[in-house]
Design a protein around this ligand. Sequence first.
Ligand SMILES: Nc1nc2c(ncn2[C@@H]2O[C@H](COP(=O)(O)OP(=O)(O)OP(=O)(O)O)[C@@H](O)[C@H]2O)c(=O)[nH]1
Length: 238
Amino acid sequence: MSFPRPLRRSVSLSPARTLRLVVLGQSAVGKTALTVRFITRRFIGDYDPTLEMIYRHVAVIDGEMVHFEILDTAGQEEDSLQIEEKIKWGDGFAVVYSVTDRCSFDEVMRLCFLINHLHASPKRSGGAAEQPPVVIVGNKKDLQFDRMVSTEDGENLSKALKIPFYEISTRDSYEEPVAVFSSLYQELLRQGHFSPGSFKRRTVSKLMEKIPKMQASSSLNSAGRSLSFNSFRDYIPE
Ligand SMILES: Nc1nc2c(ncn2[C@@H]2O[C@H](COP(=O)(O)OP(=O)(O)OP(=O)(O)O)[C@@H](O)[C@H]2O)c(=O)[nH]1
């Protein structure tokens, strides 16, 4: 799959759109690295295992100001009720595995079925049920010698589930993570589905704990990016 250049300089004056995205997958597949790469452009190698984190981010995609609310889920110790709660919260989903971890690949199908089960709804215009936007992300493709899941495995799963597939290296590329989040935006746009929700922020200190050297301002650029976060339980839609 090719990776378009979705970020542009000219910005529409239309009201910002808000997307709630959920990043799912087993532990250590690179969910936090992917999310932080998208938000900050930086690859940050080591994190504590995520409990849960919601990141707020504003990006300009195809000339539109887009508010992202990205829930980075915990790969460890999540019971199915907790996962369901988070899946219900989201509008779009990135289901991540590592090409170096066969178990994480096997988990993708279960998560995709769960998303469909919790979100499938009749198409607005009538007819067949419409799937919520989901992308399958095979991460860590730079680790060629540790590979346990082939590109073909990913493509076959993508065909079987009819879900777009990206094989990426969060470590080596900024454009690839951007393409993942942009494609979810494009599909949500096509479906005409956006959340009215936004945050009442309680704190901006937790990300600093997680990424000690990062300055919030370091993620600002001329396209109006911003960065803040919250935990899932602090989330209060207006
Ligand atoms: N080589 C390589 N390493 C990566 C890549 N993406 C993430 N990693 C590494 O994989 C490890 C796990 O990354 P995380 O982002 O913490 O994984 P996670 O899925 O959020 O893990 P949990 O918080 O436990 O759910 C870290 O050491 C990252 O540096 C990649 O594209 N290439």
